[in-house]
Design a protein around this ligand. Structure first.
Ligand SMILES: [Ca+2]
Ligand SMILES: [Ca+2]
Length: 343
């Protein structure tokens, strides 16, 4: 019967004693902490470099032209001095060094450039037409990853080459909110943009107005070690520092810094769901975390990614946890656990 699955605190305790650093789905033990949304990575203009410039790349991460930060912020709509403008000619490249490696959850983009087409000193097909259209996004943990060579092995392409298209900013002089909210879900220090086209400026100028990057929250750190240190938790992810039955590693996955619970199994659907609190990107499934099943509590088998019901990242705007779900199938007895081995 399905009732064999991680039902009692005693079983949890038994398993916790014998199977660390593994955490187990099952009994409800205590109230859960509240997961936080991702945090803005604060940058200054020194973060940015570009192939070339009519207006400096520093304008893209120094808050120039911005009113506020985050999803509700606006960027001044009619001032090229608050944007990066490339010099003439495509392709272009743009590069942001975050200063440290973070679990980067997402990126907000205020696309360039200024004003509306065909007004003021902006000729036809300038203005918003200078904004980036098709660009591939690359990332790296290596600060020496070169902006002028995305073929370098230090870079990893996000998604599919040629498929990434940025939205054009509104064709108005009014301030505007972000144009793109792009999920990254990667460990990265450097983000690179291989810019192929703009929105139609015939002089082939490319422009970003502002970029904001958000990291996984959870005490200000990105690694397990810094998360644990910031929250007074043991450096060993196998420990259970607050004795709530949830190992530190699994608490880190769920981003629960207080008393937490392992999720219960739905008695009807046999589904179990762990919240992904944003500290570990979903793409790390099979590496930093994995669901395992067993029929005897001795031999455990990894659940493949395709067998999961869901494996999604935490979202910054609006803030919400990701979801790691799996439905138990087959003959009983059956057991399931989440194994977290953070970097
Ligand atoms: Ca700006
Ligand atoms: Ca705990």
């Amino acid at each position: 019967m399905n009732h064999n699955i991680m039902k009692t605190p005693n079983l949890i305790q038994h398993l916790r004693n014998h199977l660390n650093p593994l955490a187990l789905a099952g009994a409800v033990l205590a109230s859960a902490g509240v997961a936080q949304a991702g945090d803005l990575i604060v940058l200054d203009g020194t973060a940015c470099t570009a192939k070339n410039e009519l207006r400096p790349p520093a304008n893209v991460t120094n808050g120039s032209g911005m009113t506020g930060t985050g999803p509700t912020a606006t960027h001044a709509g009619n001032d090229p001095d608050q944007c990066w403008l490339s010099h003439l000619g495509l392709p272009q490249w743009f590069r942001v060094d975050l200063g440290a490696t973070y679990s980067v959850e997402n990126m907000l983009v205020w696309n360039g450039e200024t004003g509306v087409g065909n007004i003021g000193d902006h000729g036809p097909n300038e203005g918003p037409y200078r904004g980036v259209k098709q660009a591939d996004i690359y990332y790296s943990t290596d600060p020496t990853a070169p902006g002028n060579n995305f073929s370098d092995a230090k870079w990893t392409l996000l998604g599919t080459a040629g498929a990434r298209e940025f939205a054009m900013r509104p064709n108005t002089t009014a301030s505007f909110t972000y144009t793109d909210n792009i999920t990254l879900g990667v460990e990265a220090r450097v983000i690179g943009f291989d810019i192929k086209t703009n929105w139609g400026d015939y002089n082939h100028v490319a422009s970003f107005a502002e970029l904001e990057f958000f990291k996984a929250s959870g005490g200000g750190g990105t690694t397990y070690a810094s998360w644990a240190s910031a929250n007074g938790i043991s450096a060993n992810p196998s420990d259970d520092s607050n004795n709530d039955g949830v190992t530190n590693g699994v608490a880190y996955f769920m981003n629960k810094t207080g008393l937490a619970t392992n999720p219960a199994i739905n008695g009807t659907t046999q589904q179990v769901t762990w919240p992904n609190g944003g500290n570990i990107p979903s793409g790390q499934y099979g590496t930093q975390f994995v669901v395992q099943i067993s029929s005897d509590l001795q031999t455990w088998t990894d659940v493949t990614a395709i067998q999961l019901d869901s494996n999604t990242d935490a979202v910054v705007s609006p803030p919400s946890d990701g979801s790691l779900s799996y439905t138990l199938t087959g003959a009983s007895p059956r057991f399931v656990r989440l194994k977290v081995t953070p970097n």
